[in-house]
Design a protein around this ligand. Structure first.
Ligand SMILES: Cc1cc2nc3c(=O)[nH]c(=O)nc-3n(C[C@H](O)[C@H](O)[C@H](O)COP(=O)(O)OP(=O)(O)OC[C@H]3O[C@@H](n4cnc5c(N)ncnc54)[C@H](O)[C@@H]3O)c2cc1C
Length: 619
């Protein structure tokens, strides 16, 4: 390992991941900590990294409080409804009350916002969404982070968090390696904000073979946001709440602008409104939740899945009516050009002109995310003015490890943040992290050279393994003493797909399947000690895989724990097919013991703060 240089950097605030939340964190940390040293470390290059890399066509979370369009309470009710009751309302409210100020800054920084010509307000796509010309969204927020941080490190993958050796359960920094030079980087930090996105490719994707990598979610989001905290014993929440998206088939082009702005609608192959057909059956499963407005996303998926299983597919989006209007036709195409060019290419390759042919829709493989329509992620403290005692331990967005903060997809319990809400949450986390330092909570942190050197040996081991084991290759890539990252990834994806509710079983699982899945995941974990990497790129793949595998264990443990089907359409527990509010109207929280690797799970009350407060005011 001597051949790889070690670099040390000491700082106050370390931001891991420079996506939407990470750039927000770097920006805000500078505002409150003028004299602090702020470092941001990114696996790719922050100008084009994360889920927003390619651009977006809408900012999906904007209240419009200045015009009385929506209030934070409305957003809490909306997210609560969509998640079948299971959200952290303190976190959601806190994000919503600050998100407009974030969007106004984007406007000032030059993000082209569409305006409603009649009212002069931002052009609404839907109740929460405003439309943008967002091809340059990511470079614009990256510039703010670059101007704020002391240094941005691109092309460094963070693989492990460092812990303070003086005080138990306190953070000490992070380590990783540069994927171009192979240099080993140690960041000793007083606080760490993890903002490393969600997890794709843990379930087998629909697109395999030549199409591999074509997923709805960013293929490079590998669950570091979850694996890094899980590995040091931070508590996680709602990890069973994986997301399944209904999108245009094969290209996964977005449907939001189509439904909301173009007013297109779906039908089965016979031109019928299939959602109505499944109303009674869904009511049997979830009771009055099916009567809520808007219909929770998972329940719309449920009707889609049931109709397809009953032979009513392919399900189509009716575009042929809206596309007769030249303005709407332009919006329909521009929507893809701004964020999913690939969908336009897929349609061209399949001879689909949506003006004359209604394109097919599909449901995706599941992903793990905390900022979109689901809320998997870390269990964090809320803000002091809103959070009940179970949800508050001193610093906003601090995990259950002292000095470790999270934002965006990292944070659980608070769905529907999207790009603007994730940036906002990064700001909230950074403000609290600076306060933690100013309150002298980060004094005397000890990180020994030994802790760092041990990680160095561990991180580069896959290169060593390959160097030795390549001599035993019997044919192609087959070797008795190592597995390659792609072999390990495909094995992981099959386990998750077949046992934990992926597409192979139409999202169905049960306790016996989950138990078997956990056994297979444990053996995979053992074998991943022998993953081999032939170069630095494969070394990154090896560590991405290890992070995905740990995330998967946590997802499976949570899915096993929640003995009900809370979100039909995201997954089904065949042994507990009904939603069970009597026993499971609660949040699930897990902790993995870093010494034994064993998970323990508990139920934590879900507090409906918004309407409770209103009831109190009224009485
Ligand atoms: C397909 C898609 C469409 C979407 N459409 C919209 C939309 O129209 N409007 C909207 O408002 N929102 C949209 N969103 C949601 C929005 O993109 C996310 O909410 C937001 O990007 C989450 O921010 P984040 O910082 O948590 O994650 P990201 O923005 O994904 O950033 C995570 C960052 O961490 C880096 N990273 C990961 N692992 C490591 C590691 N180990 N070490 C160092 N760096 C690491 C990544 O490279 C990345 O830069 C969409 C999301 C997706 C996936």
């Amino acid at each position: 390992m001597a051949k790889y240089k070690t670099h040390y950097e000491d700082c106050d605030v370390l931001v891991v991941g420079g996506g939407m939340a990470g750039t927000g964190a770097a920006f805000e940390a500078r505002h409150w900590g003028r004299d602090l040293k702020i470092i941001c470390v990114e696996k790719a290059n922050i100008d084009r990294s994360g889920a927003v890399a390619q651009g977006l066509y809408a900012i999906n979370c904007y209240m419009g409080m200045q015009w009385g369009e929506n209030q934070p309470e409305d957003h809490v009710r909306y997210a609560r409804n969509d998640l079948m009751g299971m959200v952290r309302e303190d976190l959601g409210y806190d994000m919503a009350r600050h998100v407009d100020s974030t969007v106004h800054m984007f406007d000032e920084w030059g993000l082209p916002m569409m305006k409603n010509e009649e009212t002069g307000r931002y052009l609404r796509e839907g109740k929460w969404q405003i439309m943008i010309h967002g091809e340059s969204y990511k470079p614009i927020v990256a510039e703010a982070a670059k101007k704020s941080a002391d240094k941005i490190y691109n092309r460094i993958m963070i693989t492990h968090l460092l812990m303070d050796e003086d005080k138990e359960n306190r953070i000490g920094g992070a380590v990783g390696f540069n994927m171009r030079t192979g240099d080993f980087h140690v960041f000793r930090a007083k606080t760490v904000i993890v903002a490393a996105g969600g997890a794709s490719h843990i379930f087998k994707p629909r697109a395999v073979g030549e199409g591999m990598g074509r997923t709805w979610y960013a293929p490079w989001s590998n669950g570091s946001a979850y694996a890094l905290p899980i590995a040091v014993g931070a508590k996680m929440t709602q990890m069973e709440n994986r997301i399944v998206l209904c999108r245009f088939k094969d290209g996964y082009g977005p449907v939001g602008a189509y439904f909301l702005h173009l007013k297109t609608y779906t039908q089965n192959a016979n031109g019928e409104n299939y959602e109505k057909k499944w109303y009674d059956q869904t009511k049997e499963l979830v009771g009055e939740y099916i009567d809520h407005h808007p219909t929770p996303t998972c329940l719309r998926n449920h009707a889609f899945i049931q109709e397809t299983m009953a032979g009513g597919g392919p399900i189509q989006m009716v575009t042929t009516e809206a596309f007769q209007d030249p303005h709407l036709e332009t919006v329909g195409w521009e929507n893809f050009l701004g964020m999913t060019v690939g969908q336009a290419v897929v349609w061209a390759s399949q001879n689909i002109d949506p003006k004359y042919t209604n394109p097919e829709l599909t449901t995706s493989e599941p992903y793990v995310m905390g900022s979109h329509a689901t809320c998997s992620g870390a269990w964090v403290s809320g803000p002091e003015d809103l959070s009940p005692p179970e949800y508050f331990w001193g610093y906003n967005r601090m995990l259950t490890v002292d000095g470790l903060f999270g934002a965006g997809d990292t944070v659980g319990g608070s769905a529907h943040k999207f790009s603007s809400g994730s940036f906002t949450e990064g700001r909230l986390a950074a403000k609290a992290a600076v306060k933690y330092i100013q309150d002298q909570k980060a004094e005397g942190i000890k990180v020994s050279d030994k802790q760092c050197e041990d990680f160095k040996t561990k991180i580069f081991k896959p290169l060593e393994t390959y160097t030795v084991a390549q001599n035993e290759i019997t044919g192609g890539t087959v070797s008795p003493s190592y597995i390659s990252p792609i072999q390990g990834l495909q094995r992981l994806q099959r386990i998750m797909d077949e046992y934990v509710g992926g597409i192979a079983t139409n999202y169905m699982t049960n306790a016996n399947m989950l138990k078997r899945g956990l056994e297979l995941l444990a053996w995979l974990e053992e074998d991943l000690e022998n993953v081999g990497a032939e170069d630095l790129h494969q070394l990154m793949r090896a560590w991405e895989l290890k992070h995905r595998a740990l995330t998967s264990q946590c997802v499976t443990e949570h899915t096993m724990f929640r003995e009900e089907t809370r979100w039909p359409g995201y997954y089904y527990r065949g042994d507990h097919m009904k939603l069970d509010d009597d026993n499971w109207h609660c949040l699930t929280v897990s902790r993995r013991d870093p010494n034994t690797g064993k998970f323990s799970l508990e139920k934590v009350p879900v507090y409906h703060i918004v309407d409770e407060n209103e009831k109190k005011k009224a009485s």
